[in-house]
Design a protein around this ligand. Structure first.
Ligand code: PMV
Length: 330
């Protein structure tokens, strides 16, 4: 029974908007950093039962999550010759569905574990294409370090995959100010569709992404942190401005998020190389060189609604592990 680990990633240049929602094709590219501490472990065991079973942290998952996993397994079964149902066991090293990109690590790990279990041969590019169909950001978690997602043009999505981005002179880690809230109010799929359908800013947002991707890659290659900070924060704030302009508007930022934005900018003004991004939830992620992670973590302490500060370096891509997942037994 294959046991696979994958780590979540956080985008420096954001993905927000699909060109095809059935195949989960992004309307624009994105660029992310895979993070060591945000790990999912998943095992897939073929089974003669009538339905797929999905256990999260040792407990049977709810019907929606199980249906999503089962639909994903259908994609894998359609590519191979084995048709059995499966028992999927998964556990995360971090809070699930708190807006911390758990779907990215989940579907990257599931894609690889399921391909092994169903004897489907897939190289990393094919795994990225498969993972994308579970969750857009999962395409990037197949890879370690920085990953660049291509939007592609083909209607079948065969050119919509991620690949490693090499040549950065900056080695970055992340300091995450975890806000004291539960699961996000409007998930990314629904949020993206609402934004595409109703935000007057959406075309301008999509149009800007290519230039931001170029700028981000240049800043990383040149090791120019100030340049990086400008484009990373610009991409994040433009994504949120676009989402806020949807009707009804999507507000993912909370009071501790705004407080943390201000802190990051104060720390940078004091000379620390640090910049922020925020996904579809209230947690702020600060990117900073590894040597500054401690100082940034200290600087982000002190708000009553920041429940926890996590620090993590870059992580590796999806890989097969020798041992069964901890806590995944039922
Ligand atoms: O892959 P999804 O559907 O979880 O969407 C990810 C959306 C953001 O996290 C907000 C941005 C990104 O590029 O990861």
């Amino acid at each position: 029974m294959p046991n696979v680990s994958a780590r979540a990633n956080i985008a420096l240049i954001k993905y927000w908007g699909k060109r095809d929602s059935d195949l989960n094709l992004p309307a624009a590219g994105s660029l992310s950093l895979t993070l060591e501490a945000l790990e999912t472990q998943t095992s897939v065991e073929l089974n003669e039962a009538e339905a797929d079973l999905f256990f999260l942290h040792g407990e049977p998952a709810d019907a929606n999550a199980t249906a999503r996993v089962s639909r994903f397994l259908d994609l894998i079964r359609a590519r191979g010759s084995r048709r059995e149902r499966a028992i999927v066991k998964s556990s995360n090293s971090f809070p699930t569905a708190a807006g911390l990109a758990s779907s990215a690590s989940a579907f990257a790990a599931l894609a690889k574990a399921a391909c092994v279990a169903y004897e489907v041969e897939a190289d990393d590019r094919e795994l990225s294409i498969l993972a994308r169909q579970g969750s857009g950001s999962a395409a990037r978690s197949v890879f370690g370090g920085f990953a660049r997602m291509h939007a592609g043009h083909q209607p079948n999505g065969n050119d919509a995959f991620a690949e490693p981005f090499e040549g950065s002179k900056l080695t970055l880690g992340a300091v995450i100010a975890v806000a004291r809230t539960g699961a996000k109010a409007v998930g990314s799929t629904e949020g993206m569709e609402r934004t595409r359908e109703t935000s007057p800013y959406h075309d301008a947002w999509i149009h800007q992404v290519d230039a931001d991707l170029e700028e981000c890659q240049l800043a990383l290659r040149e090791g120019d942190f100030d340049r990086l900070a400008r484009v990373v924060e610009g991409s994040c704030l433009a994504m949120h401005a676009n989402a806020m302009a949807a009707r009804p508007g999507l507000i993912y930022l909370g009071a501790p998020t705004l407080w943390a934005i201000d802190r990051v900018r104060q720390l940078r003004a004091q000379g620390l190389p640090v910049c922020f991004t925020i996904d579809a939830g209230p947690h702020l992620v600060a990117f900073t060189p590894l040597a500054s992670m401690g100082a940034v973590a200290d600087g982000l302490k002190g708000h009553p609604d920041v429940a926890e500060i996590m620090t993590t370096g870059p992580g590796v891509g999806a890989r097969i592990e020798a041992n069964p997942p901890a806590g995944a037994s039922q």
